[in-house]
Design a protein around this ligand. Structure first.
Ligand code: GRF
Length: 205
């Protein structure tokens, strides 16, 4: 079965790095064939190259937070050329639209640093802190036409401590992100789940 994945990342790339590490140590069953960034200076590109993984900058076009259809079409073409089965967004700072969504139906994952549906969008850790929640965490979900709103695959919970800053909370959440992204990728690649309504149900342990 096709276990080819691509990671799309705009920046630091710590989730990418965790996925690569887990592939290398055998805990992630994916075959990472390509890393794409909309930012030519993304550290994620450098990390990929250091691990001999093909990495490329793809022009995102003139819009700041999304890709015009002709630019997204180029992403689709490159992903298809590499026989990518699953796309993993890891800090990719663009809203995914058409034609990517219909080219990869339920084949695009995202990781978000909150317990969705709480605190979607940017600055989730700061929003959680300011709201006063006592627990936050992270979520891996399928990507649909909404922002951070697709069916949830897995989540992890972390406590919010009284002396937390957005940075210390983000750090605690990030540790869990690095763990659960691999779990979600493994589940989707194994095909041992189905989606009923919004619920992602595991069919085998
Ligand atoms: C992570 O917190 C992720 O949840 C969010 O963007 C951040 C990316 O971090 N979507 P990194 O580039 O993987 O280090």
């Amino acid at each position: 079965m096709n276990r080819n994945i691509a990671v799309l990342a705009s920046g630091r790339g710590s989730n990418l790095e965790a996925i690569i590490k887990n592939i290398e140590n055998g805990t992630c069953i994916a075959n990472l064939v390509l890393v794409i960034s909309d930012n030519p200076d993304a550290r994620a590109l450098q990390i990929a190259r250091e691990h001999n993984i093909k990495a490329m900058y793809l022009d995102p076009g003139p819009k700041k937070t999304w890709l015009l259809p002709e630019y997204e079409e180029n992403y689709v073409r490159v992903l298809k050329e590499h026989d990518v089965y699953l796309i993993c967004l890891a800090g990719f700072m663009r809203i995914i639209k058409q034609p990517l969504l219909s080219a990869f139906p339920n084949r695009i994952l995202n990781i978000h640093p909150s317990l969705l549906p709480a605190f979607p969008g940017l600055d989730a850790q700061r929003k959680a802190l300011e709201y006063g929640v006592k627990f936050s965490g992270c979520t891996v979900h399928f990507v649909d036409e909404t922002v951070d709103g697709g069916p949830i695959i897995t989540q992890a919970v972390v406590p919010v401590l009284d002396d937390d800053t957005p940075e210390t909370l983000a750090e605690r959440i990030l540790k869990e992100e690095h763990r659960i992204y691999t779990e979600a990728i493994n589940l989707v690649l194994s095909g041992k789940y189905h989606i009923t309504g919004r619920r992602v149900i595991r069919t085998e342990l």
